[in-house]
Ligand binder design. Sequence first.
Ligand code: ADP
Ligand code: MG
Length: 326
Amino acid sequence: MHSIRTNDLLTVENLKTYFYTPEGILKAVDEVSFSLKEGECVCIVGESGSGKSTLALSILKLLDESARIEGRVAFNGKNLIELSEDEIRKIRGNEISMIFQNPQSSLNPVMRVGEQIVEQMINHKRMDKKEAKSKAIELLREMGIPDAEKRFGDFPHQLSGGMKQRVMIAMALSCNPKIIIADEPTSALDVTIQAQILDIFKRLKQKGISILFITHDFGIVSVIADRIVVMYAGRVMEKGTAVEILRNPEHPYTVGLLDCLPGTSEKDRLAYIPGTIPSLIEPPEGCVFSPRCRFRFDACSKTPPEYPVSDVHSVACFLFSNEVNG
Ligand code: ADP
Ligand code: MG
């Protein structure tokens, strides 16, 4: 048994993020709960449209006024949801930083990449410019950017996609955050570059940085996750340690996602889950996955609670209620 770290650094409790749209209330995140411990990587996984990005953006209050956020995001004894814009800005990019899928859109195209890292450090930390510059170069080097000193002066368009993502990670690290939230950070990259970037995340974990890693790709999850939260249509379907979920997935949705991985099933088939994510404005009654589920039965017209599978694994599915099983 490896040692169990029990100190939760970030706790998300009953988080709800609803968008008030002209068509109605869109429940993008609905009663989501999970926690992130020191030095671990929690992967949020689910198909496109499951509410993963909305969840990430809600944690740092990066959504516009059409979003109503309710619940608790506990960090350092505070509920981040209740913080004012000034207060949350001190945390963003400083104690908790975020990396997005497309580094191009997060970088200022007319500013040298090194200067952008320096600016971030000067904004959050009392640091003089010279000190910040040498730390920025050091970070670029650590991120595997060759000729870091020279690259410091490059503009974003002079760098490849992979190099830009390395710059973004360097920037995210510049203020020594406790947590990095990465939303599909490798999805726009070639497979080989993807593997290199995942290696960087593994190293960060070893340094004690906690990572909330968002992806639709269970292949990536299997490489990097310590714990997994499976989301579908704004809700948590299953969560637990990576070991348990990868070896013993219980929710029909998780099983379906894992079956989609090439090379995992006996016949190397590329399975798929028929159907698509429902409208989140008028989601199905009861279990949101039930319209696509081969195992649906009467009970599924109600919303399933989370049933424990073990003390480190739970599943929101009536197939696992004692009444049904016993
Ligand atoms: P994922 O990241 O898992 O693909 P998203 O969080 O991007 O999912 O989207 C979840 C749902 O919320 C989708 O139905 C999407 O259309 C909707 N959504 C996302 N952002 C907004 C917004 N700003 N306004 C209205 N609806 C949104
Ligand atoms: Mg997304």
